[in-house]
Design a protein around this ligand. Sequence first.
Ligand SMILES: Cc1cc2nc3c(=O)[nH]c(=O)nc-3n(C[C@H](O)[C@H](O)[C@H](O)COP(=O)(O)OP(=O)(O)OC[C@H]3O[C@@H](n4cnc5c(N)ncnc54)[C@H](O)[C@@H]3O)c2cc1C
Length: 403
Amino acid sequence: MDLYSGLPYWLIKNQLVNHYNPLKADMQVDVAIIGSGITGALTAHELCRAGIDCAVFDKRMVATGSTAASTSLLQYEIDVPLVDMERLLGTDVAVKAYQASLQAITDIEDVFNEVSYNPDFSRVSSIYLASNKKGRRLLESELVARQQYGLPVTWLDAEALWEKHRLKAPAALKNTEAAQMDCYRAATYLLHYHEQQHGLRVFSPTEIRGYQETKRGYDLVTADGFRIQSRYVVIAAGFEAGYFLPKKVMDLNSTYALISQPVDEDQLWPERSLIWETRKPYFYMRTTSDNRMMIGGADISYKDADRRDRQLRAKVEQLKQQFGKIYPDIPFEVDMAWCGTFSTTKDGLPYIGSWSGKNRMFFALGYGGNGITFSMIAAQVIKHILLGNDDERIKIFGFDRSH
Ligand SMILES: Cc1cc2nc3c(=O)[nH]c(=O)nc-3n(C[C@H](O)[C@H](O)[C@H](O)COP(=O)(O)OP(=O)(O)OC[C@H]3O[C@@H](n4cnc5c(N)ncnc54)[C@H](O)[C@@H]3O)c2cc1C
């Protein structure tokens, strides 16, 4: 599957990391991690720190799947609003999912503090705009629910929005717990760090083409015919994980993103907030450390890569116009644009853990607009399962959740 096309900014900004080699012999490892994107990298980080022997395999150059195309907004707010999730899954699950998502942002920050590296991670405020009167009503009930469960949120009416943020909308929810980063840099650095510090083995490009359960765990076979004997397997294969899944659990969408040329810092909007909206599919925007504006959205359901790519030019115009309506005075010259594929689940939650009866194969599938915070949760949950520790998030994000 083509995960994206066009020029994702992060691949241009950072140098391509291509110093890994494919697997050239049979090998053994305790935990084989399939996928070197942000999910595989965070999982490798958690396992290496816990002293668990692991190795990473990727059929592409490292982290050049969806991770390279990601706009990397980190928000505790999940694509499905808390009030809707409560209706779908019950209050307990919904609130715990939101709390886990909030904690994951701090945990990502901590990961990079631990390895003394900043992948352009910065804390920013997040503004969730009511796109219309219906959106305002949604935000009113969302405010009450979030306040009730101690989630950080404040209300901005139309006047305050204009005064503080130069935004015209019926109302908005704001919180100051959001963040943004460079996800490609984050993933590639973690792999490099643990290769140096803990002897993490990374094989790329190495495609896993076959797998068989054994008494001891799994035998994996690469496209070149080499055999990997592992006790456990972590599927961090992103939207291509379907090959390992007994059943379809997600729907595929196409999404579009673009980045502006740099502008003077004082031309950017107040607080450089993350901005998104209640309309579906939602439009969203952020800034980068080199004073560019990154915007995205205009999602459509995925049929094939050709259809997705054919629409890129029209979608760029659409997104640029949407930006112009929000901040008409900020000049936006498009520098690069790309389209990507991403998955969503009906309840907005990721799938983390093992499929019933397959207790040595763990899935780390962080789907939806919060894919990265979900990757953090998946990495921790899988480490806890391997160490035999309890983690109540298994019930919330596992395959046998009752929804
Ligand atoms: C345009 C866009 C914008 C986004 N914006 C955001 C955002 O703002 N915030 C957010 O949280 N999330 C966002 N996401 C989602 C987020 O980027 C993803 O959830 C995240 O990057 C997924 O990381 P991953 O490591 O699971 O998958 P990937 O990065 O796709 O990595 C999976 C890897 O597995 C490898 N692989 C697959 N099959 C095999 C196999 N058989 N053998 C070996 N290797 C294999 C692939 O080559 C790939 O490198 C966005 C996604 C896109 C496309």
